[in-house]
Design a protein around this ligand. Structure first.
Ligand code: PMP
Length: 426
């Protein structure tokens, strides 16, 4: 029995499922999850002392690689000044300005403590501002675990087969309308069926919670146009894509301007942070200026802000993004070639430092139902073959794969060699 096995058995006695977030449990792929001792750069080390090249990156935040010296030092310096004050600090404004500079649509920014809080608050604000109750989300998109958003959700909810969670009253869920990703007609129909009732569309600009699915050309601008036509707000959920798909996020890459944006992951550099922001006129609808209430004891926490500030400083460098883009393309193309060589049908979707792979005979994967057709048994086998060879991939066919700036040629070559062997064994 490995030390990870032992720790998992012990955790099961006092933590539901042994984990504090469901996908960590390896339930989909089977076996005990790795218990982690430490991580550095592109590598994560388990409690049994084995090193893995990490493509989970704490589910997105570690885009600069683990334990980056500048982020670590910023946290240490902040800790030396005290952990939390519940009063304003200068760095909160600095980070808001930094976010605005990278994403100009975020004229004003409010900090929260997770992506879930960011999307939940953005939806409330959109409802309060428009005076409408309903909103549209897309099947297979995940926006955190708030009640109204756990309807046909992706990520862990999907991995465990519970996209609609018990515990969400039907009365809440009926205000959440679901459309099909990349299918504009499904969105138009909802607008026509619910005149003057839809507060907003919330969308993952690149869907990363039903594996990784790219928007068709023109899909996001068309959502913008529909929102304008029907007086609704466009909320782009960049919790995953922000500063990962490109320096200015997916909204820059796909040239679409949302009314509100939600962020998380990278803006905390590994500390618990989320944010939402957008047009001043809408953001000023929030308390204390406006009537929509939203608050947080630890929001804008100085240690988290220091980590986020350092993380955003590093990711603002165009050279970092060029490297991320090139290494991600190289890995994606390498996986396609290795799979073809071993006669394995594989689709790899990739944009910026985000990608996903599907074991499927389909010519492309563009929506939830196509993602679900991917061969889960093959995925599980591949996952374990890679793990055995020291490659740590997301333990679910419905999660995206993340590149970090610390992944270099050596790591990419090692990953492709391991994939070649794994494909040959499928
Ligand atoms: N939105 C998106 C697009 C996400 O990917 C996630 C989490 N993976 C969330 C929201 C929720 O963020 P958190 O887990 O920090 O609550």
């Amino acid at each position: 029995m490995s030390r990870s096995d032992e720790l998992f058995q012990q955790a099961l006695k006092s933590i539901p499922g042994g984990v504090n977030s469901p996908v960590r449990a390896f339930k989909s792929v089977g076996g005990s999850p790795l218990f982690i001792d430490r991580a550095d750069g592109a590598y994560i080390y388990d409690v049994d002392g084995k090193a893995y090249i990490d493509y989970v990156g704490s589910w997105g935040p570690m885009i600069m690689g683990h334990n980056h010296p500048a982020i670590r030092q910023a946290v240490i310096d902040a800790v030396n000044h005290g952990l939390s004050f519940g009063a304003p600090t200068a760095i909160e404004t600095t980070v808001a300005e930094q976010i605005h500079a990278l994403m100009p649509s975020m004229e004003k920014v409010r900090m929260v403590n997770s992506g879930t809080e960011a999307t939940m608050s953005a939806i409330r604000l959109a409802r309060g501002y428009t005076g409408r109750d309903k909103f549209i989300k897309f099947e297979g998109c995940y926006h955190g675990h708030a009640d109204t958003l756990l309807v046909k959700a992706g990520s862990g909810a999907l991995t465990l087969g519970e996209p609609d969670s018990p515990g969400v009253p039907a009365d809440f869920a009926r205000h959440t309308l679901t459309a099909t990703y990349n299918d504009l007609d499904s969105v138009k129909t909802l607008f026509e069926q619910n005149p003057d009732q839809i507060a907003a569309i919330i969308v993952e600009p690149v869907a990363g919670n039903m594996n990784c699915i790219l928007p068709n050309p023109g899909f996001l601008p068309a959502l913008r146009a529909l929102c304008d036509q029907y007086g609704s707000l466009l909320i782009i959920d960049e919790v995953m894509t922000g500063f990962r798909v490109s320096r200015g996020g997916a909204q820059e890459y796909y040239n679409v301007t949302p009314d509100l944006t939600t962020l998380g992951k990278i803006i905390g550099g590994g500390m618990p942070v989320g944010a939402f922001g957008g047009r001043s006129e809408i953001m000023d609808y929030l308390a204390p200026l406006g009537p929509v209430y939203q608050a947080g004891t630890l929001s804008g926490n100085p240690v988290a802000m220091a980590a986020g500030h350092a993380s955003l400083n590093l990711i603002s460098d165009e050279k970092v993004h060029l490297h991320l883009q090139q290494s991600s393309e190289q890995l994606a193309q390498g996986l396609r070639e290795r799979a073809q060589r071993q006669n394995v049908n594989l689709i790899v979707n990739q944009v910026g430092a985000m990608m996903g792979y599907f074991f499927t005979d389909l010519p492309q994967v563009t929506c939830f139902s196509e993602s679900c057709q991917s061969d889960k048994e093959r995925f599980n086998k591949f996952f374990h073959l890679m793990l055995e060879q020291g490659i740590y991939l997301a333990p679910s066919p419905f999660e995206a794969t993340f590149m970090s700036a610390a992944h270099g040629q050596r790591e990419i070559n090692a990953t492709l060699d391991a994939a070649d062997y794994a494909f040959s064994k499928l």
